[in-house]
Design a protein around this ligand. Structure first.
Ligand code: GDP
Ligand code: MG
Length: 439
């Protein structure tokens, strides 16, 4: 399965350090990735395209100092996966003048009926008023199944023993009458794609004109998902897919295959049989799942942060100021905030001097707010020359920041220490500094 992608990349690029990534060593490293994707039943063409794009991005890329080439490739593979599966619009459309009509289609057993209820519950939780339409008149017990689910979540279910088109049409009329703002059509499926099924769905599509058509696909069918999606998309022009049963062993290759083959994005995922088990599809999360490494985000964040470091110019200016010992509270505030914003909370904890500003157990986000509050309560004169901060000033700053005066005192002492360290660090290069921080 996908388990080994991150690992095999790490192995493949271990030997390689420094310089540029050449076509040869990139190709070698990616051979394993390709195999893992193919074995995991991702559509062959999709894998080939994907590997091609990663290769093009990786070859010739300067290997960042202090970053493992494998980490760098992992980041490229990850970003490309995200780009392949995204973007996603999690919104469900709304109309002011009439109920919006959402049609669910898919093979039998894919999870349409369950998903219809999940979707209704999602809409309800967003303050909307959905109506479910039982348009599967094929499968015995299908209407009953939807009724039971509707009762469970307190959403009305429209049904009549006529034909699917009339059920859908009359459900929309019923929704208007009862001031519902969304109708979810639960249609019939077949074990295989066949002309009868498509003809029925096309009739509904033509006569009821749903605003959105979502294909419900079982993630466990892997690469076959792409073929199913293609057939439905050719017949109905899908707006999105809903990938179900991702609580099982499926690793999400289906999301990649579907998007790669049809261009139709996955919008929601089903992660359990219960009605509240519907989640927004998040490409980043799926990429992590596909690559199979819990620590992946650590690598991705680290590199992203290095790449988004301050511009050279700004860096030079800062270094100059630092060597002269001019590390001001304003500069500190900015650095502290940048690091916290990069989402590298653990990193902040390891910054010399800064770690002491986050007491054991305090959320770095809270520490950031506290520290910023204190700095923002100081006058310009105080910030430029903290030595002038006496007891009355300390009290005023504490009041302004909503902290105790002794906390201001403590912070200023810590800042003094940081200022000293910064002066030392100023003589180091950017990479040395980063190394010191990232370890
Ligand atoms: P339909 O034939 O497409 O309407 O499929 P159903 O909604 O009847 O679902 C078929 C089976 O799949 C049922 O046993 C559901 O409980 C199950 N199912 C649907 N969605 C999920 C899911 O996200 N996770 C799991 N584990 N089971 C699901
Ligand atoms: Mg059903």
């Amino acid at each position: 399965m996908f388990e080994g992608i991150t690992k095999s990349l790490t192995e493949a690029f271990k030997k390689f350090r420094g310089g540029k990534l050449t076509a040869e060593n990139v190709r070698d490293g990616l051979r394993e990735v390709r195999r893992a994707f193919i074995e995991a039943d991702v559509n062959y063409d999709v894998v080939t395209d994907f590997i091609g794009r990663v290769e093009a991005k990786a070859v010739g890329q300067e290997v960042l100092a202090r970053v493992n080439p494998s980490d760098q490739i992992i980041k490229i593979v990850h970003d490309e996966l995200v780009a392949t599966m995204g973007p996603v619009d999690p919104k469900i459309p709304q109309r002011a003048d009439r109920p919006v009509v959402l049609m669910l289609c898919g093979l039998q057993g894919a999870g349409k009926t369950t998903t219809a209820a999940k979707l209704a519950l999602t809409l309800q939780s967003r303050g909307r008023k959905p109506l479910l339409a039982a348009a599967d008149l094929q499968r015995p017990g299908a209407v009953e199944q939807l009724r039971t689910l509707g009762e469970q979540i307190g959403v009305p279910v429209y049904s009549e023993a006529t034909n699917p088109v009339d059920v859908c049409r009359n459900a929309v009329a019923e929704a208007k009458r009862t001031l519902c703002d969304a109708v979810i059509l639960d249609t019939a499926g077949r074990l295989q794609i066949d002309d009868d099924l498509m003809a029925e769905l096309q009739r509904i599509d033509k006569l009821v004109k749903p605003d959105e058509c979502y294909l419900v696909v079982d993630a466990m069918i892997g690469q076959e998902a792409a073929n199913v999606a293609k057939a439905f998309n050719d017949a109905l022009e899908l707006n999105a897919c809903i990938l179900t049963k991702l609580d099982g062993d499926a690793r999400g290759g289906a999301a990649m295959s579907i998007k790669g083959v049809t261009g139709v994005p996955v919008k929601f995922i089903g992660v359990g049989e219960k009605v509240d088990k519907l989640e927004d599809f998040v490409p980043e999360r799926m990429a992590g799942r596909i690559m199979g490494q819990g620590d992946l985000m650590g690598v991705v964040e680290k590199i992203a942060s290095i790449q988004s470091q301050v511009s050279e110019e700004e860096l030079k200016k800062q270094q100059e100021a630092l060597t002269k010992g001019q590390f001001t509270l304003d500069m500190f505030r900015q650095q502290f905030a940048t690091i916290a914003k990069m989402g590298m909370k653990d990193m902040l904890g390891r910054m010399p001097g800064m770690s002491e500003m986050i007491p054991e157990g305090e959320d770095p986000e809270e520490a950031l707010k506290r520290v910023q509050g204190m700095i923002d309560s100081m006058t310009k004169k105080e910030k430029d020359d903290p030595d002038i901060i006496d007891t009355p000033r300390r009290r005023r700053i504490a009041r302004g920041a909503g902290v105790e005066p002794h906390e201001v005192n403590q912070f200023l002492k810590q800042f003094e220490q940081v200022r000293f360290l910064m002066k030392q660090m100023a003589s180091m290069s950017m990479w040395q500094r980063l190394k010191m921080v990232t370890g």
